[in-house]
Design a protein around this ligand. Structure first.
Ligand SMILES: [Zn+2]
Ligand SMILES: [Zn+2]
Length: 253
């Protein structure tokens, strides 16, 4: 039995530490990450644009002048990477930089790999010292973000316009980025943190994830209304229902 003094009580995140280079990977509770993210996303509900955090302000400028997608070739990794960088600066204060790898994958292949029908995206983290094969241990946490492309482009091109397909990609991308945020920064130590994560139940769409997803959606509705493709949708309800169908319990409040 572990005595109370041996339990790890992860620290809170002071405002000034919510920055790349200051925030430490694998170090905080889900609650602390949620609190810091919501404070960052909503410093005041309605604020003038010149009061935005610098990274977000620059990202919005880039978005205004460069935020486009090649309509003739929707399935391209370059545009996906550009939007990853924009969202990373806009919502995550750049904190995913250097921790993620993006992959475009056929929907059928992704669904077969994870034995989940209907799957259109996946964040697969690898943690140092936790891999099955010691020869392939990453030095730091790395997340592979897989975004599905349709299996039969000809059929889908007739059913769904390019714009709808791009919006689906962006929704999936930001959804998986939020999984990555929690994978990268949540403490998984054996002094109680890992046990707490396992005990909380729920799948990947735990209460902390749902709260930040809602905060980003609200930020878009409040402040980014002028950019139609920033009406991001995290599919919160469908994701939660998906977790229940996979046999997870409802996340504990
Ligand atoms: Zn810990
Ligand atoms: Zn998810």
């Amino acid at each position: 039995m572990t005595s109370a003094k041996n339990f790890h009580d992860p620290p809170s995140i002071p405002r000034g530490d919510f920055e790349l280079g200051r925030l430490k990977s694998l170090s905080y509770s889900r609650e602390a990450i949620t609190t810091a993210m919501i404070a960052h996303l909503h410093p005041g509900r309605y604020y003038p644009e010149d009061k935005l955090p610098p990274r977000e302000k620059q990202a919005l400028e880039r978005f205004k002048y460069q935020g486009s997608w090649k309509l003739g070739n929707v399935d391209n990794i370059e545009d996906l990477t550009e939007f990853f960088d924009l969202f990373n600066d806009m919502y995550f204060n750049g904190l995913l930089t250097g921790y993620c790898k993006l992959v475009l994958i056929r929907a059928g292949t992704l669904q077969k790999r994870f034995l989940e029908s209907g799957l259109i995206g996946r964040c697969e983290p690898s943690f140092p010292k936790e891999g099955r094969d010691p020869r392939f241990q990453p030095e730091k946490v790395m997340c592979t973000l897989s975004i599905a492309i349709e299996d039969d482009r000809r059929v889908l091109r007739q059913e769904k316009g390019s714009w709808k397909r791009i919006q689906d990609r962006l929704d999936t991308l930001v959804h998986e980025m939020l999984h990555a945020m929690f994978d990268i920064y949540t403490c998984r130590c054996e002094k109680g943190c890992r046990q707490k994560l396992e005990g909380e139940g729920g799948g990947g769409h735990h209460v902390a994830w749902l709260a930040v997803a809602k905060a980003i959606e609200r930020k878009d509705a409040d402040g980014h209304r002028q950019f139609p493709c920033l009406g991001l949708d995290f599919a919160r309800l469908t994701s939660l229902v998906g977790d229940l169908q996979l046999g997870y319990n409802l996340p504990r409040l």
